[in-house]
Design a protein. Structure first.
Length: 255
């Protein structure tokens, strides 16, 4: 538990001090020099993050009184991987972001993400992810991971939607940056996406986060999913996707 708290605080400090305060000196203390970057628009290495911070320092503080109040941050951790979910209102853009970090020996050493813009109605309607319940037994966490992986394989990839009720609560709420709480459209949403491969799965409490590669409208994309489970069934879900650009500032790939 102490390691989880340390890891989470490390990531919270990354957002508040490194990104929020543009604290370059602090960035040097928590980001590894050979930091592996998977965001295609940022150079790899700690130097790439520093370059972004230098750019952010030139951006004026938002004059929109409600912008900061609209921002939310949620963190989960399993082992050396931490997943985050953010609603960001910045410079007139409203975005939903999922990040995945790898930490090692007290440093952030690798980062993946997906960022998707949304309109104001969707942004305001998508709720913050509920508080983590950490009293969930370890055996249940592994069970939840297995349930989600089986669901993705048997229902989504194999398109066996007759099995949907075995894995998904009848009152499921699913939130995507382009969907305004259309729970009944979950199947249609999944059928519009070819889920190619599940790359990483982490779980904490009653939540499971999944990193996938997918084809969306014929474009190579990354897809991140967060599910909250109740009694072995998906009760809530959040997703973010981003297309893979033809060119990137590094050769690490988005996954």
């Amino acid at each position: 538990m102490k390691q989880i708290q340390f890891n989470k605080q490390l990531i919270l400090d990354f957002y508040s001090r490194v990104i929020g305060q543009r604290d370059i000196n602090y960035a040097h203390t928590i980001i590894a020099e050979d930091y592996i970057q998977h965001n295609p628009f940022i150079q790899s290495g700690r130097a790439g993050v520093i370059a972004v911070l230098e750019q952010l320092k030139q951006v004026p503080v938002s004059q929109e009184p409600n912008a900061a109040a609209n921002n939310t941050l949620w963190v989960m951790n399993e082992g050396n991987l931490l997943g985050t979910y953010l609603k960001v209102d910045f410079m007139g853009k409203k975005q939903i972001v999922m990040d995945l970090f790898r930490v090692d020996q007290g440093l952030i050493v690798e980062h993946w993400d997906a960022i998707q813009e949304t309109d104001t109605p969707c942004f305001m309607e998508i709720p913050a992810i509920p508080e983590m319940i950490n009293e969930v037994k370890t055996t249940n966490i592994y069970h939840n991971k297995h349930r989600v992986q089986t669901y993705l394989r048997e229902v989504w990839q194999k398109q066996q939607y007759q099995l949907l009720d075995e894995f998904v609560s009848p009152n499921v709420a699913f939130y995507h940056p382009t969907m305004r709480k259309k729970q009944d459209k979950l199947q249609a949403y999944q059928q519009s996406i070819t889920l190619q491969k599940v790359h990483r799965v982490i779980a904490e409490g009653d939540f499971v986060m999944v990193q996938c590669s997918a084809a969306i409208q014929g474009e190579a994309s990354v897809l991140y999913l967060i599910y909250r489970l109740e009694q072995g069934k998906i009760a809530e879900g959040w997703s973010v996707s981003q297309s893979v650009p033809a060119q990137a500032l590094h050769h690490n790939g988005m996954i």
